[in-house]
Design a protein around this ligand. Structure first.
Ligand code: G16
Length: 610
């Protein structure tokens, strides 16, 4: 853990000609028609990025000024993509993703054809900000930009460009070096302390990030013995193995291991042993390992770590992070060596049912706080049914991308659980939840410490600090899931048995221009090209007729252009693996034929699982 480096920009802004020459020094790549702001910011092969990064350094300083001097962040990462890609995620002062209205300004500035036009946009934004926050010296308000980067080889160079450009604007830059994406979002959220709910201690640095999470996790475990139900760590959950995707998450888990050591020494019971595999350098980033691979292919990760690190390792309790540690999925091998995946849907079910159960111990009618889950079109049909029928919670479907699911959770619920099937998610607690906690506190004061309502109150009060409310966080989500399993006395198998996933298949198809495909709001149906949805619907109808099932979810298939990769994504589910595979194969062929597929036609999947 190293302290961040703080750079102070000059109080006198550099002359416009100098700013223009910084922009000129990094021209637009001739091979790229335009930059687009995808599902999670700009993401391209690294050599195409210097132009956008200089401009986004300038932009992030302006964004901070436009919020009256609140601090913002830039994370340099291409997350689940292969090593050769890079990108950036922009964090707004509340720690969340950049406000959608400002995405447009970011895109315009990134795409200005030359420095002259870029300078026009910069001065328009500057004038607007000066009008909104007039300063005595006629300048811009204070600007503070936090910068973090993942372990990609080109990340330090790209980070330098952002730092240089933000400094040129006169911003203060806090360079955190190598951190995970959720850590950077946490720093930004905590730097703007006035936006933090009072229940969460303000900790704006790396040690604070770990402490706040580890201590609330340990406190949650301590409530285990009180209700006479849980507080049990089964033999097969004693060691938790973390596949770090050969990325930043693997490095950061080490600090947790040290904190766990201290907690153990202080007598904290119930902590699992943490074992990390797939460190940076041990294997290629995100390749045949990590959350994206494990979840999309429904296969265990390759273990790149040297043999001595793997010795005695059990595969009974494992997680996989993605390349910037904002996603997590769980998995295990059963006694017969069969692989089982517990994805974001399963996490949403576990977390939402736990929270609702605890809330009901205080408010049996469940009326005081509106709870719900936000999913995307990728959510397995069985998970949605389980949430509605068994957990009895509200379910909303939003567009793929944390920026959409986060906004929906915030908008619809007082306690909004969102998890994409790929493992990206968190829980948002709104003002009504905090009021509920305060009222429960007053009501229960003086009642026996160990009555169930008091235990529930203690648990619920810990959650807002344990959960990273700015964005999905593999480490925080992993601890939350582990704590719930411990409190329930469960292992992964018990959790997996809650419901059976519909068999599903995911795939990608390369086309010349993926923007020819458009979808409806929640991406469940294609709206262009015209013939595509009709053909997909016929395929789904034919599969439904072939399966001839009156119960359960119907076979389903949708396609959408990826916002992080140059590909069209396909999702299919059916009542048999054979059905899901053939539906996905048909959709791939339709995309290839109707949407300008490139290369040789996609090969149909051959089912090897029933
Ligand atoms: C990003 C987003 C996720 C999204 C994923 C895939 O994840 O943050 O919300 O689900 O991309 O998006 P698409 O299907 O559009 O490629 P990450 O972990 O790569 O940043």
């Amino acid at each position: 853990m190293t302290a961040p480096t703080i750079h102070h920009g000059s109080s006198i802004p550099i002359p416009p000609a100098q700013l223009a020459s910084l922009i000129d020094a990094h021209p637009k790549p001739p091979t790229l028609s335009s930059y687009s702001y995808g599902t999670a910011g700009f993401r391209y092969p690294a050599p195409l990025l210097p132009c956008a990064f200089v401009r986004m350094g300038i932009f992030s300083a302006l964004r901070s000024a436009s919020l009256g001097g609140e601090e913002v962040g830039v994370m340099i990462t291409a997350s689940h993509n292969p090593e050769e890609d890079n990108g950036m995620k922009l964090a707004d002062s509340n720690g969340g993703m950049l406000d959608a209205a400002w995405e447009e300004h970011a895109v315009s500035l990134a795409n200005a054809p030359n420095s002259k036009e870029a300078m026009v946009l910069i001065s328009t934004l500057t004038r607007y900000i000066k009008g909104k926050y007039p300063q005595k010296n006629g300048g811009l308000p204070k600007m503070v930009v936090h910068v973090g980067r993942d372990t990609r080889s080109h990340s330090p160079g790209l980070a330098k460009l952002v730092v240089r450009a933000a400094l040129a604007m006169g911003a203060t830059v806090i360079d955190h070096g190598e951190v995970s994406t959720p850590m950077l979002h946490h720093f930004v959220m905590h730097a703007n302390g006035h936006l933090l709910p009072g229940i969460i201690p303000q900790r704006c640095n790396e040690s604070g990030y770990y402490e706040i999470m580890a201590f609330s996790y340990a406190a949650l475990l301590r409530t285990g013995k009180l209700d006479g139900v849980g507080g049990k760590r089964l033999a097969n959950t004693k060691e938790l193995v973390i596949d770090g995707a050969c990325g930043i998450g693997a490095l950061k888990i080490d600090t947790f291991r040290k904190i766990f050591g201290k907690l153990n020494a202080e007598g904290c019971v119930g902590l699992p042993m943490l074992r990390t595999v797939n460190f940076p350098g041990e294997g290629p980033l995100n390749e045949i390992c990590g959350a994206e691979y494990v979840q999309k292919l429904q296969l265990p990760p390759n273990l790149y770590s040297p043999k001595d690190k793997l010795m005695g390792m059990s595969k009974g309790y494992m997680t996989s992070f993605d390349g910037d540690a904002d996603r997590v999925v769980f998995h295990f091998e059963d006694v017969n060596g069969k692989f089982h995946l517990l994805d974001g849907d399963k996490i949403a079910v576990l977390v939402s049912s736990f929270i609702q159960e605890e809330l009901r111990c205080i408010d049996p009618d469940g009326q005081a706080v509106k709870c719900g889950v936000v999913q995307t079109a990728y959510a397995n049909g069985s998970s949605t049914l389980y949430l509605k029928n068994v957990v009895k919670t509200n379910v909303v479907v939003a567009k793929t991308g944390v920026k959409f699911v986060h906004a929906a959770a915030h908008h619809h619920f007082d306690v909004g659980v969102y998890f994409e099937a790929n493992g990206h998610g968190t829980v948002l607690f709104g003002p009504k939840f905090y009021d509920f906690i305060a009222q429960a506190d007053a009501k229960l004061r003086g009642t026996p410490r160990n009555n169930r309502a008091n235990i529930a109150l203690r648990r619920l009060r810990l959650l807002p600090a344990l959960v990273n409310q700015s964005v999905g966080d593999a480490m925080s989500d992993m601890l939350l899931v582990d704590a719930i399993l411990y409190l329930r006395g469960w292992d992964l198998n018990t959790w997996a048995q809650l419901y059976s996933d519909m068999p599903s298949k995911q795939a990608k198809v390369k086309v010349a221009d993926r923007t020819v495909i458009a979808t409806n709001d929640n991406e469940t149906a294609a709206t262009a090209p015209e013939a595509l949805q009709k053909a997909l619907q016929s395929a789904m109808d034919a599969m439904a007729a072939a399966e001839n099932r009156s119960d359960g979810p119907k076979p389903r298939c949708f396609v959408r252009p990826s916002g992080t990769e140059d590909a069209v994504r396909v999702y299919a589910e059916a009542n048999t693996q054979n059905g899901a595979d053939s539906l996905a194969s048909e959709a791939m062929m339709l995309i290839y034929k109707l949407c300008g597929g490139v290369g040789s036609p996609p090969q149909p999947f051959i089912t090897n699982r029933l």
